[in-house]
Design a protein around this ligand. Structure first.
Ligand code: ATP
Ligand code: MG
Length: 291
């Protein structure tokens, strides 16, 4: 579990690095600020927020990065009222044995650990990455996957969230999942906002590629010749369609590692190397799609 005090300058990058459809970031930031700033007051109303935001989408679409960026953005927005604690929970670190150790640990997290952490600063953001690991849909959990334990773990998460909400209305929980279908209905239902991040479109891909190349050229000046080559960007973007953001981000890296010579001298990557790298990516995508 990672615990950070925000805002902190070195957490500035992630929010801007992820390109999203118009309005998505505003909605995300708006909901987060509302919950953190007015959670206590809203808690007295009917239909009070649960303090939970879920981001779903395929692997490599920026869910985790956007949550990390969001924590810094809300911390900046609320900084006049005090600092924000950012807690990153790794659900895979929880035991999931048959003796109920896993559910007990989940409950302890929400009933003891998080309230203790939350008491230290006026605002707390908790990121539970890959939350489906804790909240498997009870109706589809197969009997082979140890159903009693799955039920207990999900119940523990749901009671934990409700408990945390009551005791600490100034806490915001962010959950990510690349498998929303596997997340328990009762859990999805509690989310105040569920946002879906999809695969990047051509414009987004082009922007990611421009950023990646420009950034790399500051380290390897040999790449300066590629900066501003819009014909190349357009060609690559068209051919990257169907790849996730992470793969697009790694295209340049893949060109740099394509031969031992380039590995030693990455500044020597040319447009032709990048075109070859995108062809290799496409070939992998097609191979993966084959039954
Ligand atoms: N829409 C996007 N705009 C810019 N960069 C993106 C985008 N989507 C993904 N990336 C890049 O991909 C990298 C991986 O993103 P991240 O780890 O946040 O994805 P994720 O959705 O959490 O994936 P996973 O489901 O595998 O955990 C980011 O560091 C970012 O550079
Ligand atoms: Mg992730």
């Amino acid at each position: 579990m990672g615990v950070h005090a925000l805002p902190a300058d070195h957490h500035d990058g992630p929010w801007d690095s992820i390109i999203t459809p118009p309005g998505l970031k505003d909605r995300l930031l708006g909901t987060a600020l509302l919950i953190l700033r007015h959670g206590r007051a809203l808690g007295q109303l009917n239909g009070a927020p649960h303090g939970l935001i879920l981001l779903s989408g395929p692997p490599g679409t920026g869910k985790t990065t956007l949550c990390q960026g969001l924590a810094q953005k809300v911390a900046l927005g609320l900084s006049q009222r005090g600092a924000t604690t950012f807690v990153e929970v790794d659900p895979h670190a929880f035991p999931s044995d048959m003796l109920g150790e896993g559910p007990r640990a989940v409950l302890r997290l929400f009933s003891d650990t998080l309230p203790e952490i939350a008491a230290r600063r006026p605002h707390t953001v908790v990121l539970v990455d890959e939350i489906e690991a804790l909240a498997v849909r009870r109706s589809t959990a197969s009997f082979e996957t140890n159903p009693v334990d799955v039920h207990r773990a999900t119940d523990a998460l749901l009671s934990g969230l409700d408990l945390l909400r009551k005791t600490c209305p100034q806490v915001l929980v962010l959950g990510t999942t690349n498998f929303a279908a596997a997340v328990d209905e009762a859990f999805l239902d509690r989310a105040d906002l569920v946002l879906r991040l999809g695969l990047p479109d051509e414009d987004t891909i082009a922007t990611i590629l421009r950023q990646t190349i420009a950034e790399a050229a500051t380290v390897f000046p040999g790449l300066n010749g590629l900066v501003g080559d819009e014909a190349l960007i357009a060609h690559l973007a068209a051919h990257c369609l169907g790849l996730d953001g992470r793969r697009v981000r790694k295209l340049l890296l893949s060109a740099m590692g394509s031969t031992p010579e380039l590995g030693l001298e990455p500044g020597a990557v040319t447009a032709a190397h990048l075109r070859a790298a995108v062809d290799a990516e496409r070939a992998m995508l097609t191979a993966a799609a084959r039954p």
